[in-house]
Design a protein around this ligand. Structure first.
Ligand SMILES: Nc1ncnc2c1ncn2[C@@H]1O[C@H](COP(=O)(O)OP(=O)(O)OP(=O)(O)O)[C@@H](O)[C@H]1O
Length: 258
């Protein structure tokens, strides 16, 4: 299997008026193609900073980081990833299809190709038939699905997701978690996912990266023994509960350094 993300001794220090902030320190991680990796940890442990570094939105101050075998900057230019944020960030004056089509327009795809791709990704996120609606006509969960479709539209290998379901209620979140796993199985994408929720991390991931703050670092990397095909009620199994316990322990360990 190919490593799509490889971080070696990554450090990232912000210089602020109050002195240096060590957002990441000695971070080592490899993510294989087709992995679903979650980053979990308390506020300020560097989860978002690490995702942003992968996306070339921040530059590490130490170590080496490669994405698809390239520098993050080269990977960004090669459109190696789609990025999904906590808020859907859809333009209210554009239809759902218009929003999903926007990155394709910017990249210069022709009209026929755009139509075909938009229809395909709307179908993938179960929004076929909603392309003509405006964002405000859709529920929060549907809007977030549309933003996932937008990130998928140019068919990048990697999907970076920063707490995409954090603002949604639990029932909607459950449904979207299930839908995301289906989409992952169908597309074979590599997904890097930031969350604050232990059950969400355990339900979704093949690898769980537990982080802790000050300085932001990895305290545990847990490879999931759960099968890739996961119905929601897997959460009631002993294996799931044991894994959640292991994550919780990892989080507690990290707090010991505070
Ligand atoms: N541009 C910046 N300038 C200075 N400090 C920053 C900057 N961005 C992030 N930080 C600091 O770096 C640390 C890590 O932040 P980061 O947002 O990556 O954490 P996080 O784990 O994603 O937190 P949360 O769960 O709250 O989103 C924090 O102490 C934060 O205040």
């Amino acid at each position: 299997m190919n490593d799509v993300i490889r971080a070696e001794d990554i450090g990232l220090t912000f210089q602020t008026a109050d002195g240096p902030v060590h957002a990441l320190k000695d971070v080592n991680l490899t993510v294989a193609q087709g992995d679903f990796v979650s980053f979990i940890g308390p506020s300020g442990c560097g989860k978002t900073t690490f995702l942003r570094a992968i996306a070339a939105l921040e530059t590490p101050t130490a170590g080496r980081l490669s994405v698809n075998g390239m520098t993050p900057d080269a990977a960004r230019r090669a459109r190696a990833y789609g990025y999904v944020f906590q808020a859907p960030g859809l333009y209210p004056w554009r239809t759902i299809a218009g929003n999903v089509s926007l990155p394709l327009e910017i990249m210069g795809f022709g009209r026929a190709e755009r139509r075909q791709r938009v229809a395909h990704v709307l179908d993938l996120v179960d929004l076929a038939g909603f392309g003509g609606k405006y964002p405000w006509q859709l529920s929060g969960g549907m809007q977030q699905r549309a933003s996932i479709a937008r990130a998928l539209a140019f068919d990048a290998d990697i999907l970076l997701m920063d707490e995409p379901f954090g603002a949604l209620d639990e029932i909607v979140r459950d449904r979207l978690n299930e839908a995301l796993l289906e989409l992952w199985a169908k597309t074979g994408k590599t997904i890097a996912f930031v969350t604050h929720s232990i059950p969400e991390a355990v339900y979704l991931s093949t690898r769980i990266v537990v982080m802790s703050p000050r300085p932001g670092r990895i305290t545990r990397i847990i490879d999931s023994p759960l099968p890739r095909n996961r119905p929601l009620d897997i959460r009631e199994t002993a294996a799931f509960i044991a894994l959640a316990h292991e994550v919780r322990e990892g989080l507690r360990e990290g707090h010991g350094h505070d």
